[in-house]
Design a protein around this ligand. Structure first.
Ligand SMILES: *Cc1c(COP(=O)(O)O)cnc(C)c1O
Length: 412
């Protein structure tokens, strides 16, 4: 049984058969996967989903594969955490974290989208996969291409963090550092995609890739006991994750897995790369491209592909958008680590920092429930906090030196 129907233009609604294809030939709008929700509604239940293995494929009816996933069978179902210590600091009554910093296999939410994209690329018969990446996508495409036995060509801005470069190369990927910003890398890749029969996970495979993001929202709903928090704070780069979390929650509502969805979705960016936040604050419904400059490199996209739809999601849900400075990002990374024992990358610093700001501004009321999306791992962006955590206390291997330097008598 296969509930997948068609590709559908998000703007003019024109329908296409499923193929590796992402732009409407008629109006140039982006294509999206549409499902037969009536059919899904009849075949699925909370109980049926709960009986399945604890990974993102437990929601397979809402994902665009024809068969079983070829790669990434263990991705997803990451920890859902009640964050009481952080809640106290932020002055919130009820705070949760969804922790994709420990997603499998490459420690970011990108494993969700890439396992769908590469499995679909294999269904289409591609032999080479590729992507333009701000870092985490590179890691995930390299790892999951290796798992699927495919060749991978990965394009990044040449000045990414060492952790992200190393954890792409280790899988044997061909890594190309382009002397330019992500937006220039992406433009180059669009040109290559027109001339090579490669599966670019976030270009010609994008409609399938982005569906994987919905599972982040599905898991929040299920792990909360088929309920939702009143607020979700989501990081935005290209604006796909935030858009698809909302699409997923609305799908759950449509098929009766959730009662009416009233969650407000808030978008978070770094001040040095805030095209979507800036459009929201200025009341625009179009995005003015920027030249990003921030330590939050995974979010540094100046011309976001789904920026328009991210804005639409924020407004439709009644949410808001906010940004934080690099200094606030580092402080928030340290705060999360100190209070909850979670070492997130800069993108997690952005969502924690933005949540703090939205609470202080009264946009998020202190007595309402909030979930913060943690989407990446701090071990990959060590440069951001290297000089901000001090160093070890060095002592001689002697008890006397320990007592002298570490635990002076009056401090026993
Ligand atoms: C890619 C990425 C995002 C945002 O992704 P978009 O879907 O492009 O908005 C958020 N957090 C991390 C860590 C990422 O790598």
């Amino acid at each position: 049984m296969n509930q997948l129907k068609i590709l559908k233009c998000k703007e003019c609604g024109r329908e296409y058969e499923v193929k590796p294809f992402h732009v409407c030939e008629f109006c140039f709008g982006p294509l999206e996967v549409a499902y037969d929700y009536e059919k899904i509604k009849r075949s699925i239940s909370r109980k049926e989903i709960e009986s399945r293995p604890k990974n993102m494929w437990r929601y397979k009816e809402f994902l665009p594969l024809d068969g079983e996933p070829a790669v990434g069978k263990n991705v997803g179902f990451t920890p859902f955490i009640k964050a009481e210590r952080l809640a106290k600091v932020l002055g919130l009554r009820e705070l949760y974290l969804k922790n994709d910093a420990v997603n499998y296999p490459t420690l970011s939410f990108k494993d969700r989208v890439v396992s769908v994209a590469i499995s679909k690329a294999i269904e289409f018969g591609f032999k080479v996969v590729s992507c333009a990446s701000t870092g985490n996508l590179a890691n995930s495409v390299a790892a999951l291409a290796a798992e699927g036995g495919l060749e991978s060509y990965i394009f990044i801005p040449h000045d990414l963090e060492q952790g992200k470069i190393l954890s792409t190369l280790i899988y044997g990927a061909k890594l190309i550092g382009v002397k330019g910003s992500y937006d220039e890398v992406n433009r180059l890749c669009s040109e290559i995609a027109e001339n090579y029969q490669w599966a670019f996970v976030n270009i010609n495979i994008r409609p399938f890739y982005s569906e994987g993001s919905k599972t982040f929202g599905f898991e929040i709903a299920e792990q909360m006991g088929w309920k939702l928090p009143q607020h979700i704070v989501v990081p935005m780069a290209g604006g796909s994750l935030i858009t698809k979390i909302w699409k997923g929650l609305k799908e759950f509502e449509k098929v009766g897995l959730l009662n009416s969805v009233t969650t407000k979705i808030h978008g978070a960016q770094a001040s040095g790369s805030n095209p979507i936040v800036s459009a929201f604050k200025n009341g625009l419904d179009w995005i003015k491209p920027q030249h990003p400059k921030t330590i939050a490199k995974s979010l540094a996209i100046g011309n976001p592909a789904d920026g328009y739809y991210a804005l639409k999601t924020i407004r439709e849900s009644g949410g808001s958008a906010e940004d934080v400075s690099d200094e606030e990002i580092v402080e928030a990374m340290k705060l999360l680590a100190r209070t909850e024992g979670i070492f997130t990358e800069t993108a997690g610093g952005v969502t924690v920092g933005v949540t703090k700001k939205l609470v202080e501004k009264g946009v998020i009321p202190k007595d309402e429930s909030v979930l913060i999306a943690i989407t990446g791992n701090g071990l990959k962006t060590q440069e951001a906090v290297q000089d901000r955590v001090g160093g070890p206390l060095i002592i001689e291997p002697k008890f006397s030196d320990f007592e002298k330097k570490v635990r002076p008598k009056d401090n026993k």
